[in-house]
Design a binder for this molecule. Structure first.
Ligand SMILES: CCCCCC/C=C\CC(=O)SCCNC(=O)CCNC(=O)[C@H](O)C(C)(C)COP(=O)(O)OP(=O)(O)OC[C@H]1O[C@@H](n2cnc3c(N)ncnc32)[C@H](O)[C@@H]1OP(=O)(O)O
Length: 243
């Protein structure tokens, strides 16, 4: 599956909805046992949640948007398919979450590409299920330091801390992702799927049990004037950086 929403594959409500529909189709297709996620936009895997969806909108919109973010994560983290992220560009925040949610991550070894949960830098807080997913990949200490600092790690650093499983030259990314997929698909599906469920169930159940509470928490947090101001300033900073 190739993300193609220029300029930066930001995760808008439309993007998330289409992503979930595509995943569901693949999940229900018995001939499809694995999916490689990558980007058709040069240098960017995904710039994370679309900040404009979280600025100056109604409570109803925030609720709908947040439910779509939850849905994307629930479907991908619990997928029966083998999921491989071929990270061919930068991948901050929600983009990093997508990669973390896969079974395996391969990143292009370009030191200019960065990845991480940088929410703290925007003055926002990654929710518990982002944190849980991160901890399950890199361990508690690395996740705590990286989350508190809102670190964006260069590709080599991301590999060193275990955020990505391997680095390959960009031109070899597709072939390597295909080889990894073949390796994982060589296992009997039922054994791999049950093992995946065993490893992920507690974290998935936690969001399912607190889903509505998590929506309300998002709404009350994102509606605060101080948070809105931080997001506006961040967007201005992005625009200024360009000029
Ligand atoms: C309880 C509360 C819980 C809240 C939890 C929220 C959880 C997750 C939060 C997120 O995912 S927030 C998103 C965080 N993302 C970022 O910090 C990335 C920001 N973007 C960048 O750093 C750069 O854009 C880039 C991805 C490195 C690409 O750089 P490049 O130089 O190639 O492109 P730009 O010129 O910067 O951008 C082009 C264009 O896109 C707009 N844009 C970039 N990112 C976003 C985004 N995430 N959402 C919306 N729009 C975005 C950027 O402003 C430019 O717009 P124009 O100036 O062309 O109009």
């Amino acid at each position: 599956m190739k993300f193609k929403s220029p300029p930066v594959n930001s995760l808008s409500l439309d993007f998330l909805t289409e992503f979930c529909i595509s995943l569901e189709k693949l999940e229900n297709d018995r001939a499809c046992r694995g999916v490689i996620l990558t980007s058709a936009v040069p240098k960017i895997f995904s710039s994370g949640l679309d900040i404009t969806e979280m600025c100056g909108k109604s409570t109803e919109h925030y609720a709908e948007f947040w439910r779509a973010v939850q849905e994307m994560w629930l479907r991908l983290y619990s997928s029966n398919m083998v999921t491989v992220a071929a990270v061919n560009g930068s991948s901050p925040a929600g983009g990093c979450l997508i990669a973390l949610t896969c079974d395996y991550r391969i990143m292009a070894e370009n030191p200019k590409f960065s990845i991480g949960l940088n929410e703290a830098q925007l003055g926002i807080v990654a929710p518990f299920w982002f944190k849980d997913t991160f901890v399950n990949v890199v361990g508690h200490r690395v996740a705590e330091r990286s989350l508190q600092l809102g670190s964006l790690h260069s590709a080599p650093e991301a590999h060193r801390i275990g955020l990505v499983d391997e680095l390959v030259p960009e031109e070899k990314l597709k072939d390597r992702a295909t080889a990894v997929m073949q390796q994982w698909l060589a296992l009997p599906d039922h054994a791999r799927q049950l093992t995946k469920t065993m490893m992920r169930k507690a974290v998935l159940d936690r969001l399912v049990a607190h889903r509505e509470e998590d929506v309300q928490n998002f709404i009350s947090f994102i509606s605060k004037e101080s948070i809105q101001k931080s997001l506006r300033m961040y967007m201005e900073m992005l625009k200024k950086k360009k000029s």
